[in-house]
Design a protein around this ligand. Structure first.
Ligand SMILES: [Mn+2]
Length: 409
């Protein structure tokens, strides 16, 4: 029902003679004939709830049809059951199911003369085929209204995102309690692998487990170095539950105790993050959290003598403060309207993730070298302001040191 409601809401934004065509992701191969676990395309799943590969939905105000794989008893022994053409109409609430192998023959017959076609091609074989078949209709994009719908989360989506956030919070807490000096980054990553798997979830993105100077590499994913006492470890990891992502970063000392310089930098990032979160409410400009976080980081670094007022902050803080979060970790939805930052609305979910990254630099006091700190939470915009979905995970210096002193003996 939920998918049907979404299709109806989407269709209500188009005129009566529209046909929306949308395909799912292709299967991806890792190497040889070994495939990655299949994951449907977020747009496709959002509108259909269908999880098999090789499917194309054709949605209009008069009918809802799908091209999908027919039953194949021989293949199903290897790959598992398929819904098939006979069952699909009742399972998926379709008016008609077509064999995906008949796409070339049947598709254009489903598009009445004079109808406008909406379609966005992904870089894959199926969509190249669709692009050719649909060229005569000169299709236009349906992404804007669809992605605006996905940006505003429904109650059920929020519940799933809260569950995903809770699972990820628990995994980060476990990591804080299980880290020890001389452990490898991948061993600490395995805490997340195990906890996510136990909860029937998977990594929503490749996790970053970065000790010491690796914390200054923004997309460090090698995760194969030794964690040293005295260093911090930065972990950016979150699970995906039922196709909804969580996205959390915490930075904590491998030994359980921050050094004074680490504390100084950490507190600046935390102050920036808390103030940025505080600014999120309906009607507030979405650029505000970044502006607030950047100002606090600039002032903090100036107070420590690490930055002069004329220096560019991007030397130490070179990324944005947040992104939309949902079915995709960097979720869909515009950030600007007519080249103006848009405003927050109830039901949006954004990350808030300021950081400071101080590489080795002869001009900088060595006590600050190789400190890379990011703190990231997931924030839902509510009527009253916001709710931090990841609030169950500690982040103050005192809370982290207390937890680690109790458990890392
Ligand atoms: Mn993020």
């Amino acid at each position: 029902m939920i998918h049907q409601n979404r299709r109806q809401e989407l269709l209500s934004q188009f005129d009566d003679n529209c046909v929306l065509i949308i395909s799912t992701n292709p299967e991806q191969f890792r190497n040889g004939d070994v495939s990655f676990p299949f994951r449907p395309h977020s747009d496709f799943f959002y509108l259909t709830g269908f999880q098999e590969p090789e499917a194309v939905a054709v949605i209009s105000k008069d009918s809802y049809c799908m091209f999908l794989r027919p039953k194949d008893p021989a293949r199903e022994i290897w790959d598992g059951a398929r819904v098939g053409l006979l069952e699909a109409p009742s399972v998926l609430n379709l008016d008609h199911a077509f064999d995906i192998n008949q796409l070339e023959v049947e598709l254009t017959q489903l598009i009445p003369a004079g109808h406008s076609v909406y379609f966005d091609a992904k870089p894959c074989e199926l969509d190249s085929k669709l692009t050719k078949l649909l060229a005569q209709y000169n299709p236009t994009s349906l992404q804007m209204p669809l992605h605006e719908m996905r940006l505003i989360k429904e109650e059920s989506e929020i519940l799933t995102m809260q569950k995903a956030a809770d699972i990820s919070c628990a995994a980060h807490t476990l990591a804080m309690t299980q880290v020890s000096p001389n452990m490898f980054e991948y061993e600490l990553q395995s805490v997340f692998d195990a906890h996510f798997a136990k909860n029937n979830t998977q990594h929503a993105y490749t996790p970053i487990v970065a000790g010491g100077k690796n914390g200054c590499i923004l997309h460090y994913i090698d995760n194969n170095q030794v964690l040293k006492s005295g260093d911090l470890v930065l972990i950016d990891a979150g699970c995906e539950l039922d196709y909804y992502a969580s996205d959390i970063t915490r930075t904590f000392p491998v030994s359980g105790q921050f050094s004074e310089p680490q504390k100084q930098i950490y507190q600046i990032v935390l102050d920036a993050q808390l103030a940025a979160i505080d600014s999120i409410k309906p009607g507030a400009n979405i650029h505000k959290p970044h502006k607030i976080a950047s100002d606090i980081i600039q002032q903090g670094l100036e107070a420590l003598g690490l930055l002069s007022p004329k220096d560019c902050l991007s030397k130490f803080y070179m990324h944005g403060t947040g992104h939309w979060l949902g079915m995709d970790v960097h979720d869909v939805g515009k950030y600007q309207d007519n080249q103006q930052h848009r405003v927050f609305e109830k039901g949006m979910v954004t990350t808030v993730e300021p950081g400071i990254y101080i590489r080795k630099d002869a001009k900088i006091d060595p006590v600050y070298h190789n400190i890379g700190i990011r703190i990231e939470d997931d924030v839902l915009v509510t009527n009253e302001g916001n709710t931090v979905l990841t609030k169950n995970l500690i982040k103050t210096i005192n809370d982290i040191e207390t937890l680690m002193s109790q458990t890392n003996l």
